[in-house]
Design a protein around this ligand. Structure first.
Ligand code: RTP
Ligand code: MG
Length: 140
């Protein structure tokens, strides 16, 4: 199986509740390695750019507001099948539908305050990593 990299965020609803360590531990326990990590307070422009794919959606304003409401921890995760593995550990977008033991089932508050983000495909992973990190910030 291929070693992949994916992009992950611990969103403001989670950093505000001091869950950075607890969520990172769930990722590490699942076999993913944090090869880059930094804490950022996104500007409106950064959040709108990152989530540009959703700009026509009715929840876009709320999404940008949530993502600029506090610090976010942006990370690059590495491991076997990292993209799919991270999506599995995260659980469904709406925590009400997430499986037991997933990050969202354990920690998320609602669909809007769902604690984590993870890339959904190799192309988006590459784009999203590049949006937040330079090559020298990633140490495998
Ligand atoms: P993410 O991109 O954050 O990993 O989550 P996802 O793929 O599971 O969900 P996506 O459809 O890409 O939506 C991005 C984020 O927008 C917020 N959202 N709010 N109020 C709503 O109906 C609604 N729908 C989506 C969520 O925070 C979701 O993670
Ligand atoms: Mg998504």
């Amino acid at each position: 199986m291929a070693i992949e990299r994916t992009f992950s965020m611990i969103k403001p609803d989670a950093t505000k509740r001091n869950l950075t360590g607890a969520i990172t531990k769930m990722l590490e326990d699942a076999g993913l390695r944090v090869v880059a990590s930094k804490r950022v307070w996104m500007s409106k422009r950064e959040a709108e750019g990152f989530y540009a794919v959703h700009k026509e959606r009715p929840f876009f304003g709320e999404l940008v507001e949530g993502m600029t409401s506090g610090p976010t921890v942006v990370q690059v995760l590495e491991g076997e099948n990292a993209i799919l593995k991270n999506r599995e550990i995260m659980g469904a977008t709406n925590p009400a539908n997430a499986d037991e033991g997933t990050i969202r089932k354990t920690h998320a508050l609602s669909i809007g305050e769902n604690s984590v983000h993870g890339s959904d495909a190799p192309e988006t992973a590459a784009q999203e990593i590049k949006y937040w990190f330079s090559d020298t910030e990633i140490v495998g």
